[in-house]
Design a protein around this ligand. Sequence first.
Ligand code: UT7
Length: 368
Amino acid sequence: MPYAHITGWGMSIPQKVLTNDDLSKMVETSDQWIQEMTGIRERHIAGESDTSASLGADACFKALKMAGLTPDDVDLIICSTSSPEHIFPATACLIQDQLGASKAGAFDLSAACSGFIYALQTGSQSIKVGDAKVVLVIGAETLSRFVDWTDRNTCILFGDGAGAFVLQASEQPGGIQKGVIHSDGSGGDYLTIPAGGSAHPTSEATLHSGKHFIHMNGKEVFRFATRVLVQSTHEVLAKTGWKVEELKMIIPHQANKRIIDAAARGLNLPIEQFYINLDKYGNTSTASIPIAAVEAAKNKKINPGDKLVFVGFGAGLTWGALAVEWSGPINKPFEKHYITADWYKPWAMIRRIFKRILRMIDSFLFDR
Ligand code: UT7
């Protein structure tokens, strides 16, 4: 059975920065309160031309370039997002088009802030059963578009961004090991965007009552989070047969520094063993784990061969953890020396225009 290695990674963060001081001019809050209660200093907010797909595609190009692959090598694209561009088509399909990944299947996965754990597990299973050799797993969010900027309970938390991993098949042991995923829908109303789906379709009433914004019971989410981070880390370690002392680093969902502090106490580990960058990005939901991992790798906090746990929680309620042996580019047998992922950017755009023109000609001829 092949192993699923992480052989490339990339992230994409919008340029616009929103600081705590900026927020204190919009709602009754302060830099001090936000930092003390969450650890967040600032977050990045999508610009007009940024979307979940554009940020996701940018992260993918970087990840493919690192892996020494091109979009043509990709068999499957899984985009985890809670801020998709549309109910359908899937944001993963828009990313497929922007990449020009002509032979890839593509679908979205909705598991809120735990989504990247769910998506990595799903992607690695496709590789392990032999259905795919190269999988792109993306966490992409523009949740700022669903935030009520008058609600100080939620608007201080969220930021936008995307991260992507290339998963690649190899006979070499390593890569993504065991995973655990869980859900409890009885807590679904703790964190929700109530309207816009089939239960409460968009209407004047849903618009006036603010039901298209994020609604959250912060206290309950906090209590749930501190419990499941420790629980699922223990569970995945037991399943993998690793001891907590063997771990180089834990990469948790970046929601609140106090939640991560509580997990460190619960696992009896120093806080330095948790990668934390929520001070700069806020809670980027499903994108937070890949963004943290990409940064940790860039800062050499994690290196090939290191044993890691990725652990997340979120709306649903959902939670889960993955045990991972960090890899790096393997470049075989997919090595491409002449054409890099960068080269595909203009090519993908030409291809997009060309396919649309072909479709127009086709429908013109067919209609006649
Ligand atoms: O990916 C998962 C996403 N969600 C989460 O991770 C959320 C987890 N929960 C949390 O992070 C915390 O619940 C918050 C940081 C959101 C809030 O902390 P808390 O300890 O649960 O505070 P609270 O809502 O109980 O509010 C405490 C006080 C209240 O004032 P009073 O009633 O005691 O006078 C709030 O009105 O703090 C007030 N407050 C604020 N003050 C200044 C609430 N939000 C703010 C604010 N600035 N932004």
